[in-house]
Ligand binder design. Structure first.
Ligand code: TYD
Ligand code: MG
Length: 451
């Protein structure tokens, strides 16, 4: 009898199945949509994988307890520590410091008495030891395994019984039940699904490291985002020493929470006051520079927005942004032209968020508009001023969430004036010696700043 194949190729857009890989799905006509998937055995009759119905009040919260890693920035990004049985994906560009981070996290856990296991499919134990030496990581509860076949991991777990496992990286791992190469979409998904089952059944939290890669033969963390419990991205410019760990999805805590680290010779160290760092190199009295308090998750962070606006030598003026949305700039430029007659249509506009942070909240609008006006008019903005608010198409300034939190952070760092929307101002109580100025339209903002 012919050997039965253990996997099929499934079209990701219509679900068509074949035994052999095909470049184009014969059913829906999509190109390159076939991904290998392992056969799931048919369930025996009578067996149910579904739990019995249970009143919500009687479900006990044994799993509420979180493991602390001892790295406060990391714990906060996770929403207060590692949840038992959770599968956490840490994605990032190659070389950004993922392995470094995870080794430090595992050491932190090992130090608090948990047995941690680091499975590496990319480096030899010698290389890992070298890194550990550099990071001064020592612990007799931190174990290292090297290997790439995930099926073998399960045996090892039985004998070692770790409290936590990290797999570095998901793209290096494979399972025997699928023939595709490690790193392909099918393999990455299957390996992750197995680890998910393991985490849920055993209650062991598992960290997956994933390289963000261009689309192609190697699958990036994007294909896993829907599967895992928590997705953290480790970001930063390799030219900068700052690294930002951002929670992108979190079943057990807030998203958009950030942890800020600094990459040093001896590993990552926590930065507990990012506002100060982001403002440290702010230029003195230069037009186009303003400071805004934005919210990253639950944490207020002050950042400097810089704009450079000047006549364009080109027929089609440039709009270049770093850290803010490009379309938002076009919208704000249109509002400026229409509502206060400030025509920037023939100007090159560059907007930059200093320090490498990315901002996507509308609360930054007021800051972006002010920095563009300031640069265009060659007029500086008060150094002790911060502003926040959303700008609507009619030129109206709208309120944003958590005004008090933002103002308190600004006060802490020595700012003494704040421009915000009138609606936000009305909801606020007295906030010490901070001068609060409410504005309703972009015209009022212009008059307050430059008249
Ligand atoms: P690594 O953790 O290997 O990155 P990844 O696992 O994301 O690919 O870290 C790579 C970079 O970090 C490397 O370019 C060197 C730098 N680095 C330091 O600056 N200090 C250190 O202590 C360590 C271990 C690495
Ligand atoms: Mg690595």
């Amino acid at each position: 009898m012919a050997k039965q194949s253990r996997s099929t190729y499934v079209c990701q857009s219509c679900g068509y199945q074949t035994l052999k890989w095909m470049g184009r799905c014969p059913d829906c006509g999509q190109w390159n949509s076939m991904v290998e998937e392992a056969h799931t055995p048919l369930r025996k009759k009578g067996a149910s994988s579904m739990s019995q119905p249970q009143p919500i009040d009687t479900i006990s919260l044994a799993h509420e307890m979180r493991l602390k890693t001892g790295i406060a920035e990391f714990d906060r990004t996770l929403g207060g520590g590692v949840v038992p049985g959770s599968l956490v994906l840490i994605g990032g560009d190659p070389g950004i410091g993922k392995s470094t981070l995870i080794l430090q996290v595992l050491e932190g856990l090992a130090k608090t008495g948990y047995r941690a296991l680091y499975l590496s499919g990319e480096e030899s134990s010698q290389q890992i030891k070298l890194r550990a030496k550099r990071l001064s990581v020592h612990s007799d509860s931190l174990y290292v395994i090297t290997g790439t076949c995930i099926d073998d991991l399960f045996e090892r777990l039985d004998s070692l019984k770790p409290a936590l496992v990290a797999v570095d990286s998901i793209q290096a791992m494979y399972t025997d039940s699928i023939a595709s190469a490690p790193g392909s979409v099918g393999q990455v998904r299957e390996v992750a699904a197995r680890l998910m089952t393991l985490a849920k059944q055993s209650g062991i939290p598992i960290f997956l490291i994933g390289h963000v890669t261009k689309e192609g033969a190697i699958a990036g963390p994007k294909v896993l985002e829907h599967l895992v419990d928590t997705v953290l991205y480790f970001e930063g410019d390799r030219g900068h020493v700052f690294r930002i760990l951002r929670s992108f999805k979190n079943r057990y805590g807030p998203t958009n929470e950030i942890g800020v680290f600094e990459m040093k010779d001896s590993g990552l160290s926590e930065v507990d006051n990012p506002s100060r760092i982001f403002l440290e190199e702010r230029p003195q009295d230069v037009p186009g520079s303003v400071v805004i308090p934005c919210l990253e998750g639950t944490r207020p962070v002050l950042v400097e927005i810089q704009a450079l606006v000047g006549p364009s030598p080109l027929g089609m003026p440039r709009r270049t942004t770093v850290g803010v949305d490009h379309n938002r700039i076009s919208l704000l430029v249109a509002v400026l032209g229409k509502r206060i007659g400030m025509e920037l249509g023939d100007q090159d506009i560059f907007v930059n968020v200093a320090g490498g942070l990315k901002i996507d909240e509308p609360a930054a609008d007021l800051g972006i508009v002010s920095s563009m006006m300031s640069s265009f008019l060659e007029r500086t903005v008060d150094r002790k001023l911060v502003l926040f608010g959303e700008v609507g198409l009619a030129g109206e300034i709208r309120g944003v969430s958590q005004p008090e939190l933002r103002i308190r952070e600004a006060k802490k760092l020595g700012f003494s004036r704040c421009i915000l929307s009138r609606s936000n101002l009305e909801g606020l109580g007295h906030l010490g010696n901070m001068e609060l100025l409410g504005v309703e339209t972009i015209q009022e903002l212009y008059e307050l700043l430059f008249k």
